[in-house]
Design a protein around this ligand. Structure first.
Ligand code: NDP
Ligand code: 2IT
Length: 448
């Protein structure tokens, strides 16, 4: 991906040099800088005032040891991170990921993306991300609790309702948030909204569980309609079977689509009759089982080991909702060849740059993650509002806010693309619109 502006191109070289061995971070920064060339050409003050240099450097990185004891009394030591990327427009906000693949570069890419995503929601939240290289798979509840308590013992020193408000991401769902919040409350001796995604019994918001997947489909619905299409009657493939994938499947089905495939890191299921979502929820949310168990109760469905094959299934709309770089160039070519007309990113950065190029080159409607999956963090911000008010809205009210936020977000992104000479390029539009608000706040502060 070429960065036209000379200064930004050199800045990119510095980013690569100063952050060695962090390919995901380089990928995320390059993609943003490539679309900001027309902006800085028109507004050189963003370069002259140091905004661009500050933007690619996290305000703070916290890195810590997380010792914990398993059920046999054996001690394990994991690595914990919190990257507080940018607080120009609000307290740092973003999820925590527990997965063995987590490292500083991954958290930096996620924190960088989060800054623009949070700006796009229109709500007052800055960008942050955290996590640990801990693998919750196969661990007992007691082990997960001890890990979360140890993790929060350090993290609690750095967060707070007006400073930094973490939430869930891969491997961090309602169980983990419960343990983390319980420990935060105990250490701080305060009941404040320092985390979101909380359970409904202790300060959570209705519709937060559904928000990322529902918001994804609300965004997609706006995008599809503007192109004279809709979910109605469409065949959809969803990768992943976690929080985002499940509620994307639910809303796409509500909108009249048939979802025929879902996956996990072991493989994918193809169900020609349409995915039985109640069964997926039972397997994933209750039993924490593998997706392969789906075919035990659905004899017409097929299980295939390995994730990549899911993109070979013919579909009209693809919703990658598992992880970064899960959809590569070959997968994009297969989607195009099979008549896919929309790819809407539920996961963060699920398409490789080459895949995005193939999709956009073929005229596929492409919705980048920082716009399309912003519904989750948007409802997290609404959870913060409700916590501050010490009040709750009902499901319909939160859902209505979410619909409005995703509609406005789509319009804002499409308009920014148009304004900067890239009509229809929602990836450029998202980068530009997300950037402008953050950059103008940074300009207003002077050098900080
Ligand atoms: P979950 O942990 O609930 O689910 C993750 C799903 O993706 C699981 O099915 C998991 O399979 C699969 N997966 C994870 N890693 C890999 C991998 N390396 N290869 C293949 N499959 C993998 O996470 P979420 O649903 O919350 O998150 C999914 C994506 O959405 C992530 O990119 C996340 O950053 C993004 N996101 C999440 C938001 C949220 O509110 N939760 C908001 C916005 C974006 P397995 O169980 O086998 O590991
Ligand atoms: O990537 C994301 O936007 C999230 N994991 C949700 C973050 C949040 O603070 O709700």
């Amino acid at each position: 991906m070429r960065i036209e502006n000379e200064y930004l191109s050199q800045l990119m070289e510095r980013v690569v040099r100063r952050n060695p061995a962090e390919p995901e971070f380089h990928q995320a920064v390059r993609e943003v800088l490539a679309s900001l060339s027309p902006v800085v050409d028109r507004h050189p003050e963003y370069i002259e005032e140091g905004v661009m240099d500050c933007l690619v450097e996290p305000e703070r990185i916290i890195k810590f040891r997380v010792p914990w004891e398993d059920d046999q009394g054996k001690v394990h030591v994991n690595r914990g991170f919190r990257v507080q990327f940018n607080s120009a427009i609000g307290p740092y906000k973003g999820g925590l990921r527990f997965h063995p693949s987590v490292n500083e570069g991954i958290i930096k890419f996620l924190g960088f993306e989060q800054t623009f995503k949070n700006s796009l929601t229109g709500l007052p939240i800055g960008g942050g991300k955290g996590g640990a290289d801990f693998d919750p798979k196969g661990r007992s509840d007691a082990e997960v609790m001890r890990f979360c308590q140890s993790f929060m013992t350090e993290l609690s020193k750095h967060i707070g309702p007006d400073t930094d408000v973490p939430a869930g991401d891969i491997g961090v769902g309602s169980r983990e948030i419960g343990y983390l919040f319980g420990q935060y409350k105990r250490l701080s001796n305060e009941f404040t909204g320092a985390l979101t995604g909380k359970g409904l019994a202790y300060g959570g918001s209705l519709a937060r569980t559904e928000a990322t997947g529902y918001g994804l489909c609300y965004f997609a619905d706006n995008m599809l309609r503007s192109a004279g299409r809709s979910f109605e009657g469409a065949t959809v493939v969803v990768s992943g079977s976690g929080n985002v994938a499940i509620y994307a499947c639910e809303k796409a089905t509500d909108f009249g689509a048939k979802v025929v495939a879902m996956s996990d890191s072991g493989g994918y299921v193809y169900d020609p009759d349409g995915i039985d979502l109640a069964l997926v929820k039972e397997l994933k949310e209750v039993r924490r089982a593998r997706i392969s168990a789906y075919v035990d109760s659905r004899p017409r469905a097929e299980y295939h080991a390995g994730c990549a094959g899911i993109w070979q299934i013919p579909c009209h709309i693809a919703l990658p909702c598992a992880t970064q770089n899960e959809l590569d160039e070959g997968a994009a070519r297969a989607l195009v060849a099979n008549g896919c007309y929309a790819v809407v990113e539920g996961a963060n950065m699920p398409c490789t740059p080459q895949a995005t190029e193939v999709l956009q080159g073929a005229g596929v409607l492409y919705a980048p993650s920082k716009a399309a999956n912003a519904g989750g963090v948007a409802v997290s911000a609404l959870e913060m509002s409700q916590n501050s008010m010490r009040f709750y809205w009902d499901f319909a009210e939160v859902d209505e806010h979410l619909r409005t936020i995703m509609r406005d977000l789509y319009n804002n992104v499409a308009a920014a693309a148009e304004r900067y000479g890239r009509p229809g390029d929602l990836a450029a539009g998202a980068n530009i619109a997300g950037f402008l608000k953050v950059a103008d706040a940074m300009l207003a502060y002077g050098l900080v």
